[in-house]
Design a binder for this molecule. Structure first.
Ligand SMILES: Nc1ncnc2c1ncn2[C@@H]1O[C@H](COP(=O)(O)OP(=O)(O)O)[C@@H](O)[C@H]1O
Ligand SMILES: [Mg+2]
Length: 240
C-alpha cells in the first residue's frame, strides 16, 4: 500500500499568526483518511495549505510521488488534488448542470465532462432530477451533493472534503457519508475533515486527531472510536 499524500513538518497560518505547528500525516491511496478535532483546531487551515490556497512556511507536501508545495493551487488541481471547501460554495445563480460544468475546467477533465457528469448523476440521482434548477433553490443537503459533484467533475485522484456534513440534518449527513465508500471504490482517495466524530470514525480507515495545529494521536478509525481519551474529549455530544 502506498501513500498518495504525505505532509511533513508543515507550518502555516495567516500572516504573522502561526496556526499549524509541525503537522505530520499520511493518507493511503484509495482509502478514507480522516482529520478530526474541535472547532479552531486547524483542520481547514491544513486543507487550504494542502490545496495551495495558503503557503506553508516550513515543511513539505508530497502528492502522488511529487513535491507539490511550491505549485499554485490550479496546478495541484491539474494533478488530481481537488478540495471541496467548507460551506458548500455553489454558484446560486447558475443551474445545477452549469455548476457541475464549472468543475471540469481543468485540462485533464475538460474533454471527459460528458461521461463524468453522467457518473455524477448516477451517484446523486437528486442532482439529475434538478439539473435545470438554479443552485440557489436547492436544500442544504442538495447543495452539498452539488459541491461534491463539482469536485468529482475535476476527475480527482484525491478529494479534500472540509466538513461536508456541517449543519445538515442527520438523515442527510448519513447520505453524504454513504457516498464516500462508493468514491473509494472508484479509486478516489479521500481526506475528510469532520467534527461529527462518531460517523467519521465509523467510515475512516485511518484517522488523525488535531489539536492546536498539531497531531496529538493517530490510529485506525476502529481503535480511536473505542479509545476512552477520544470518547471523553469529543464524543460526548454526538452520541446522545
Ligand atoms: N482567515 C483567517 N485569518 C486569520 N485567522 C484565521 C483565519 N481562518 C482561521 N483562522 C484561525 O486559525 C485557527 C484554526 O482555524 P481553522 O483552521 O479554521 O480550524 P478548524 O477548521 O479546525 O475549525 C483558529 O484560531 C482560527 O481563528
Ligand atoms: Mg474548518
Amino acid at each position: 500500500m502506498s501513500d498518495i499524500l504525505s505532509v511533513h513538518k508543515v507550518e502555516s497560518g495567516y500572516g504573522e499568526v502561526g496556526v499549524l505547528h509541525g503537522m505530520d500525516l499520511q493518507c493511503r491511496t484509495s482509502k478514507v483518511t480522516a482529520l478530526v478535532g474541535s472547532n479552531g483546531a486547524g483542520k481547514s487551515t491544513l486543507m487550504r495549505t494542502i490545496a495551495g490556497l495558503l503557503p506553508n512556511t516550513k515543511g513539505s507536501i508530497h502528492f502522488d510521488g511529487e513535491v507539490i508545495d511550491k505549485l499554485p493551487s490550479h496546478a495541484r488541481v491539474e494533478k488530481g488534488l481537488i478540495m471541496v471547501p467548507e460551506g458548500r460554495l455553489v454558484f446560486s445563480d447558475l443551474t445545477v448542470a452549469d455548476n457541475l460544468r464549472t468543475g471540469s475546467v481543468n485540462v485533464r477533465a475538460r474533454e471527459h465532462w460528458q461521461s463524468t457528469i453522467t457518473e455524477v448523476y448516477d451517484l446523486f440521482p437528486r442532482l439529475y432530477e434538478r439539473q435545470r434548477q438554479l443552485a440557489g433553490s436547492l436544500s442544504g443537503g442538495e447543495q452539498q451533493m452539488l459541491a461534491l459533484g463539482r469536485g468529482l467533475m475535476g476527475l480527482p485522484k484525491m478529494l479534500l472534503l472540509d466538513e461536508p456534513t456541517l449543519g445538515l440534518a442527520p438523515a442527510i449527513a448519513k447520505q453524504i457519508f454513504k457516498v464516500m465508500p462508493a468514491l473509494v471504490e472508484r479509486g478516489i482517495s479521500i481526506f475528510l475533515a469532520e467534527q461529527d466524530l462518531y460517523r467519521t470514525l465509523e467510515i475512516a480507515d485511518y484517522a488523525f486527531v488535531v489539536e492546536n495545529g498539531k497531531i496529538i494521536m493517530h490510529d485506525t478509525g476502529k481503535v480511536l472510536k473505542n479509545d476512552p481519551k477520544i470518547t471523553n474529549a469529543y464524543l460526548g455530544d454526538s452520541k446522545s
